[in-house]
Design a protein. Structure first.
Lengths: 509, 428
C-alpha cells in the first residue's frame, strides 16, 4: 500500500449517483486493470435497464429474447409479486454468454454497485464464458442471439399456422424433458442462424423419409431373428429429446423442429449448470481484486469501498446448516473461497498445502488460476482444489442418509481422516449425473406395439420422485404410443416400473 | 472495448404476452379465487384488483427428479459439535438440516400456494366473464335515436363546405396529364426535330420545314393550354354519413325496502348486490346515473348515504316505490335516450293488499320502458304474496324481468351471475 500511496490519483467519483460518463470511466479503468491480470474477454455490451425490464429478463431465463410460453408468464408474475412485496431484491446483474457479452445494469443501483457489477459480470463472468472449456465446447456465443431470434420467429409462425394451443402443449411436453435434451459427450457443431434456416427445410424432408423407413410396415424378407430381438436404439440414448426428434413416429415436421429448439436451448444452458460454483467464484474473486486495484490506485473513495465490502460480504456469506437462512451451500461462498485459496496456496503455502498441492505451492498464482478456470467444471474443480484449510474454515461435514437405517449418520468431518472423503462427497454432490436421475432411452418395440421403454439407472438406490408419471404423460404425447419407464438397480434387476397409459387401465380394458 | 447502451426507453412489458397466456391457462383457478374474494371483501374495495392464490400443485411443471429413499450423502457447512460416527434421528418436517433445497422445491410439498396479483381491470374481467346485459342488442337496433356523423370516403357531389381541396386538385392534375399527354409528347418530338433543323445548315428547304414545325407546335400548345385547370368532375367532397348509435347512457334504479324488518345485515347484502350491478353497468356504458329510491309506506328518492344507512320503522307498501320509479322514468329518463335498469331488494314483506297493485304498476308503467328489472328477495323464510305476484309478472315478461332469492352473503354473486348469465339470442 505504501508504495502505491505516493502516486494516488483523484477518485473517479465521490457521490453515489451514476452517470453514463462515470460508467464509461469506471469500465475503462476496471478494464485496464483486468487486462493487467490477463483476463481475456468478449467485447462488453453494457445495457442500463429498469427494474421492470429486469423482471422481464428474469422471466425469460435471462435471455434478451425468447419464444412465448405461459411458464415464463408464471415466472414473471411470481417475480413481480415477490419483488413488490419486498421479499426479494432483484439480482444486481444478469449477464449473457454471447459475443458481445451482454450485461444488464439496473438503473436503481448506486455507482458503487454499478462498478461492482461491471467488474463481476463484464470482466469476471465474461472471461469465464470465453475461457472455460465447457463453454468453448458446448456453446457458440456468437450465434445464440441469432438462434433465439430464429426460434422465436419459427415458434410464432407455428402458432399462427397450427394454433397457439397445439404449440403450447408441445412446448409443455418438451419443457418437462428439457433436462434430458442434452448431449453430455458428443460435441455439437456450431452453426449460424442463416444456415439454421436453410438446413431446417432440408431436415424436415430428410427426417420424414428416414422415419418412414424405420416404421415401414411393408413386410421385408424375413431374417432369422425374431422381431422382438431387434434392439433399437442399439446403444441406450441419453438425449431423450434428440431421440424423440429423430424417431418419434407421429410428429409433424414442425413439431420436430420445436423439439429441436428446446433441445438446443437446453444444451446452451448445460455448461452453466455444471460450472455454477466456478463461474460465480471466479467472478467474485475478480470483482474483489479489480475493485481493490481501483482503491490501491486511489481511484475510489473509502466510502465506495465500505459500500462495496458490505455487498461483497453479504454475497459470499454462508449461513451454517442449522440457521433458518440455510439453503444449501452458497455457490458464491464456496467458489470465491476456493479461488482465494488457490492464490493463497501459491503465494503463502503451509506445509500441509505443500503436501496436498505440490504442483501449486510457490508457483505463480495467476497462471494457476487461469489454468483452473480453463480446464475444470464444478465437479472436477472441487475434486482437484478443495483444500483442508478451506474445509476447516467452512467446517464442512458429511451426513449419510440411508433410508434403510432409522438414523442419519455423520460420515466425515473436517479432520485428518475426513478431508479426502468430504472432498469426494462434495464433488459428487456437484456431479449433474448424480443430481438428476440417469434416464435413457432403452428400447423401442419396432415390430410390435411401437412402445418406448426408458431405463432409469438408479444411483445409490434413489427412486424417482412422484412427478415421474406426469413426465411420462408428456413423453407419451410426444411419442404417440405407449411409454414405459423401468428403474434398474446396478445388478440389472428392474425394481420399479411406470407406464403411460397406466397399466391398471390397460388390464381392465 | 465496451459499448454502453441505455435501454430504459425500450419497449416495456415484454412479458405481457407470457403473462396473459398464464392467466388464460389458469382461467378457471383464477375465476374461483375471484369469486371467493368477492364474497369475502368489504363493499368499499370490492372492485379493486387483488391477490389470486392457486395451489402450487396445480401449476407445477413436472420434471424427473429423485424421490425420497436410497442412500444419499450431503455436505453441510458450519459443523459445531458433530464428530465422525455420530448418529441421530431424522429431523421431521421440512426444517432443519434434513432435506436439501433441491428436493423441497422440486416436489413442491410444504410449499406455499402460488400467489400473484391481478389489476382491477383483470379482476373485473374475471368477475363478469360470461355475463351480458340482457337485450342490449335489441335495444340498439330498435330504439336508436342518437346519431353520430362519421366519415365515409369521398363523393363527387356535395356542398361547398365539404370540398376536399387536395383531392380535387390531385384529380384535376391527373386529368390534365391524362388528356394532354399525347399532345405534349408530340410537342416534345417536334421541338427536338426543330432544334435539329436549327443546328443544321440553313437552306431554304429546311427553313420552310422549320416554319411548318413551329406552326404545328404553336397549334398544339394552344390546344394544351385550352385544357381547363379544374373541371366539374374533378371536384371531390368529403362524404359524411349519419349512423345511428346506441345510447351509451344508462340509469340504474336501486329500489329498497327500509321498513323495520330490514336489518342492517340484510341491507348490506342488498348493497353488495347493487354494487355488483353498478360495476357491471360501468363496464358497458360510458355514463351511468344511479337513482336511489327507498320506501316503507312512502317512497322517497334519496342520496346514497341516506339510502344505505338511515333507518325508519313502519309498514311496507312496495307499490309506492314502483310508482315513484315510474314517475322518475317518465319525467327524467325517456326510454329512447336511456338504458334503464332497475334492481329491487326487499325481504319479501309487503302489506297484503298491495302486492296486486305492484304487479299492475310493473306491467303497465315500468317494465315497458326498462331494459331489465331484477328483483332479489333476501330472506330465509317462506315466500309471501309479493313473491307470488312477481312470479306472475315474470310469466308476462320473461325476458326483462328476473327474480331470485338470496339467503346469505355467499349467494349474492351466484345469484348475480344467474340473473345476467349469457342467454341464447333465441328470444330476440
Amino acid at each position: 500500500m505504501s508504495a502505491t500511496k505516493k502516486k494516488r490519483k483523484q477518485p473517479l467519483s465521490t457521490g453515489s449517483e451514476w452517470t453514463f460518463e462515470l460508467i464509461e470511466a469506471y469500465d475503462r479503468e476496471i478494464g485496464r486493470i483486468a487486462n493487467g491480470f490477463g483476463l481475456d474477454t468478449y467485447p462488453n455490451q453494457i445495457e442500463v435497464i429498469t427494474s421492470e425490464q429486469m423482471m422481464d429478463a428474469y422471466s425469460s431465463i435471462g435471455m434478451p429474447l425468447n419464444y412465448n410460453h405461459w411458464s415464463f408468464g408464471k415466472q414473471f408474475v411470481e417475480t413481480e409479486q415477490r419483488y413488490k412485496r419486498g421479499q426479494m431484491g432483484l439480482a444486481y446483474e444478469i449477464v449473457i454468454n454471447s459475443n458481445p457479452c451482454i450485461a444488464y445494469l439496473m438503473e436503481e443501483n448506486t455507482m458503487t454497485m454499478q462498478a461492482l457489477v461491471i467488474a463481476h459480470a463484464c470482466y469476471g463472468h465474461n472471461s469465464f464464458f470465453k475461457g472455460n472449456y465447457l463453454f468453448q465446447t458446448w456453446t457458440d456465443a456468437t450465434a445464440i442471439i441469432d438462434y433465439l431470434l430464429f426460434a422465436k420467429k419459427y415458434i410464432t409462425d407455428c402458432e399462427e399456422r397450427y394454433g397457439a394451443e397445439n404449440v403450447e402443449e408441445l412446448l409443455d411436453s418438451c419443457h418437462a424433458l428439457m433436462n434430458y435434451g442434452v448431449n453430455r459427450y458428443k460435441r455439437p457443431k456450431p452453426i449460424t442462424a442463416d444456415e439454421e434456416r436453410k438446413r431446417q427445410r432440408a431436415r424436415e424432408e430428410y427426417i420424414q423419409r428416414h422415419l418412414n423407413q424405420l416404421w415401414n410396415t411393408i413386410p421385408q424378407k424375413d431374417t432369422h431373428e425374431e422381431a422382438q430381438e431387434i434392439h433399437f436404439p442399439k446403444e441406450p440414448e441419453e438425449n431423450i429429446l434428440y431421440f424423440v426428434e429423430k424417431n418419434a413416429p407421429l410428429l409433424e415436421p414442425w413439431q420436430r423442429e420445436i423439439v429441436r429448439i428446446v433441445r438446443k436451448v437446453s444444451q446452451y444452458f448445460y455448461p452453466q449448470k455444471q460450472t455454477q460454483v466456478m463461474n460465480e467464484g471466479w467472478a467474485c474473486f475478480w470483482h474483489y481484486n479489480l475493485l481493490h486495484g481501483l482503491y490501491d490506485e486511489g481511484l475510489v473513495t473509502d466510502g465506495f469501498m465500505m459500500e462495496f465490502l458490505h455487498s461483497h460480504s453479504s454475497v459470499v456469506y454462508q449461513p451454517p446448516f442449522d440457521s433458518p437462512y440455510f439453503n444449501g451451500i452458497n455457490p458464491y461462498t464456496l467458489g470465491y473461497n476456493m479461488m482465494q485459496d488457490i492464490r493463497r496456496i501459491c503465494e503463502r503455502p503451509t506445509d500441509e498445502d505443500r503436501e496436498w498441492f505440490p504442483e501449486l505451492a510457490g508457483k505463480p498464482w495467476l497462471d494457476a488460476m487461469h489454468y483452473a478456470m480453463h480446464n475444470f467444471k464444478d465437479e472436477s474443480f472441487i475434486q482437484q482444489y478443495l483444500s483442508p484449510t478451506l474445509i476447516r474454515e467452512l467446517k464442512l461435514f458429511t451426513i449419510m442418509d440411508d433410508s434403510e437405517s432409522p438414523t442419519l449418520k455423520v460420515s466425515a468431518i473436517h479432520n485428518e481422516s475426513g478431508y479426502q472423503r468430504i472432498r469426494e462427497d462434495l464433488s459428487a454432490q456437484y456431479n449433474l449425473g448424480n443430481r438428476e436421475p440417469n434416464i435413457q432411452v432403452y428400447n423401442v418395440n419396432v415390430r410390435g406395439d411401437r412402445s418406448l421403454t426408458l431405463r432409469h439407472y438408479m444411483y445409490n438406490n434413489q427412486p424417482l420422485g412422484e412427478s415421474a408419471d406426469e413426465v411420462l404423460k408428456h413423453l407419451h404425447r410426444l411419442w404417440g404410443f405407449d411409454v414405459h419407464l423401468e428403474s434398474v438397480k446396478p445388478d440389472g434387476t428392474v425394481c420399479a416400473q411406470h407406464h403411460c397409459p397406466p397399466r391398471e387401465v390397460l388390464e381392465t380394458l | 472495448m465496451s459499448y454502453i447502451i441505455d435501454r430504459r426507453l425500450n419497449a416495456k412489458k415484454k412479458s405481457t404476452v407470457n403473462r396473459q397466456r398464464f392467466l388464460r391457462r389458469y382461467r378457471k383457478h383464477i375465476k374461483r379465487a375471484v369469486e371467493e374474494a368477492v364474497n369475502q371483501r368489504s363493499i368499499r374495495d370490492i372492485d379493486q384488483g387483488g391477490q389470486v392464490t392457486i395451489p402450487s400443485r396445480d401449476i407445477s411443471e413436472p420434471v424427473f427428479h429423485h424421490g425420497d429413499g436410497g442412500q444419499r450423502k450431503r455436505v453441510y457447512p458450519g459443523n459445531k459439535e458433530f464428530v465422525e460416527g455420530d448418529e441421530f434421528r431424522r429431523p421431521q418436517g421440512g426444517g432443519g438440516g434434513g432435506a436439501g433445497k433441491g428436493k423441497a422445491s422440486n416436489q413442491g410439498d410444504g410449499m406455499d400456494d402460488f400467489t400473484f396479483s391481478i389489476n382491477q381491470d383483470e379482476f373485473l374481467d374475471f368477475l363478469f366473464e360470461g355475463l351480458e346485459l340482457p337485450y342490449m342488442v335489441k335495444k340498439k337496433l330498435r330504439d336508436a335515436t342518437q346519431f353520430e356523423t362519421r366519415r365515409a370516403g369521398f363523393t363527387n357531389s356535395g356542398s361547398p363546405e365539404k370540398l376536399h381541396i387536395v383531392r380535387s386538385l390531385r384529380a384535376a392534375h391527373a386529368r390534365r396529364i391524362a388528356l394532354s399527354g399525347s399532345d405534349r409528347k408530340l410537342i416534345r418530338e417536334l421541338k427536338k426535330e426543330l432544334w435539329a433543323l436549327e443546328e443544321a445548315t440553313t437552306d431554304l428547304e429546311t427553313k420552310a420545314r422549320a416554319d411548318a414545325l413551329r406552326a404545328e407546335i404553336e397549334a398544339l400548345e394552344k390546344k394544351v393550354r385550352r385544357m381547363p385547370f379544374i373541371d366539374d368532375f374533378d371536384l371531390k367532397f368529403n362524404n359524411l354519413v349519419r349512423i345511428p348509435v346506441p345510447s351509451s347512457k344508462a340509469v340504474m334504479f336501486c329500489v329498497m325496502d327500509v321498513s323495520g324488518s330490514m336489518t342492517q345485515a340484510i341491507k348490506d347484502m342488498a348493497k353488495r348486490f347493487f354494487l355488483l350491478l353498478y360495476l357491471f353497468l360501468t363496464r358497458n356504458y360510458k355514463q351511468i346515473e344511479v337513482v336511489f329510491i327507498r320506501h316503507h309506506t312512502h317512497a322517497k328518492e334519496v342520496d346514497e348515504e341516506e339510502f344505505f344507512y338511515s333507518r325508519e320503522t313502519g309498514g311496507t307498501i312496495v307499490s309506492s316505490a314502483l310508482t315513484l320509479t315510474g314517475d322518475v322514468i317518465r319525467d327524467r329518463y325517456p326510454a329512447g335516450d336511456w338504458n334503464i335498469y332497475v334492481a329491487q331488494a326487499s325481504d319479501g314483506d309487503n302489506w297484503d293488499g298491495d302486492s296486486d297493485a305492484c304487479r299492475q304498476i310493473l306491467i303497465n308503467r315500468v317494465l315497458p320502458h326498462v331494459q331489465y328489472f331484477a328483483y332479489v328477495e333476501i330472506t330465509t323464510g317462506p315466500h309471501q304474496n309479493l313473491w307470488l305476484e312477481y312470479e306472475r309478472v315474470r310469466e308476462a315478461f320473461p325476458e326483462t324481468f328476473a327474480m331470485h332469492q338470496i339467503e346469505d352473503a355467499s349467494d349474492i354473486y351466484p345469484v348475480f351471475r344467474k340473473l345476467f348469465a349469457r342467454k341464447m339470442e333465441g328470444a330476440a
